[in-house]
Design a protein around this ligand. Structure first.
Ligand SMILES: [Zn+2]
Length: 328
């Protein structure tokens, strides 16, 4: 389904309008996998990939690795010959982290790419390894320790731990630029605060928010780090604890998407949808449970005029790669 961004949100294009739209051979594609209770997101352009988190509960107990999901993610990448240039581990909670170490162990060098351009506190460099951006140096939890061991074991992977108030710029493939940042001054559980990533691909823009809370969002707004975005990854699986009005006023999302759970918690809450709609009445609001599949959003980032609208076109489709536990 093709959508075009408008001043107040997005508009669904009818088949006659969208008939001539071709996103070309090399669009940016964002896949938010329907993992059944967690978060795993893949960004790719051609064979170049970048992941944001990789985990799911699946009743494995609190501090357990999710090797089954790790294997599925690794196979997905290997089958499509996608090599990751980088990854964000937004915060060390198992539903975002517990498949990552298995994914590296199973995928190995076949899923490892390199060449991300970085600039930040240490100057500008082109990475000679795959970079994992982590939110904490704390290796005290089992999962973080496991991830740390997996990173250490692989000489082609390098970890960069974001410090408070760090801002790191990344770039790959010419048109794709991003900015990663975090701030943990306001929360009572600082080591669990999330890395944010904004990503720009030509004229399209995306924002990834981990599991942030409203207090943290406000901090980032006050530091002037957030701006209008087309595609917002809704924080904390759609929970009421995030996606505050002040944040939405800064971000004004046209398309908002949440990775929700099969269970009673971590659902896209009504008050979150209401807040988004009160800021952007025509926003397209999506979640993986309602879609009952993986949400794939594609764009070439070009501005087009379609009818009376001028904006960037997004193709939103539901796929089903069966990334949930096979017993569910
Ligand atoms: Zn989560």
């Amino acid at each position: 389904m093709f959508y075009i961004t408008t001043t107040t949100g997005v508009r669904l294009l009818d088949p006659t309008e969208s008939a001539g739209i071709d996103l070309g051979n090399n669009p940016l594609e964002m896949t938010i996998f329907n993992v059944g209770g967690g978060e795993a997101i893949l960004l790719r352009q051609g064979m170049d990939g970048f992941m944001v988190d990789g985990g799911a509960y699946w009743g494995t107990g609190f501090f357990k690795r999710n090797a089954a999901l790790g294997e599925k993610l690794a196979n997905f990448l290997v089958d499509r010959k996608i090599k990751l240039l980088g990854m964000v581990a937004s915060h060390p909670h198992l539903d975002h982290l517990n498949a990552i170490s298995s994914m590296w162990e199973i995928g190995g060098d076949e899923i490892i790419g390199k060449g991300l351009e970085l600039s930040g506190r240490r100057g500008t460099e082109t990475a000679s390894k795959l970079i994992i951006f982590e939110s904490t140096k704390d290796r005290g939890t089992y999962l973080n320790e496991t991830l740390g061991r997996a990173i250490k074991k692989n000489k082609n992977i390098q970890s960069i731990i974001l410090k408070v108030k760090d801002v790191i710029d990344i770039r790959w493939g010419g048109l794709l630029t991003g900015q990663l940042f975090k701030d943990n001054e306001v929360d009572s559980r600082p080591k669990y605060e999330s890395i944010f990533m904004s990503l720009t691909f030509s004229n399209s823009c995306f924002l990834f928010t981990g599991d942030s809370y409203k207090s943290y969002e406000r901090k980032l707004v006050n530091r002037d780090l957030l701006s209008e975005t087309h595609v917002l990854k809704i924080t904390h699986h759609g929970s009421s604890s995030g996606t505050g009005s002040l944040f939405l006023d800064a971000v004004r999302p046209h398309i908002a998407v949440a990775s929700t759970s099969d269970h009673a918690t971590h659902r896209l809450e009504e008050d979150v949808k209401e807040r988004i709609r009160s800021e952007m009445p025509d926003a397209l609001i999506l979640d993986t449970s309602t879609a009952n599949g993986d949400l794939v959003i594609r764009t070439d980032g070009k501005i087009r005029t379609v009818g009376n609208n001028n904006g960037v076109v997004y193709d939103v489709i539901v796929e089903n790669y069966r990334f949930r536990n096979s017993s569910q």
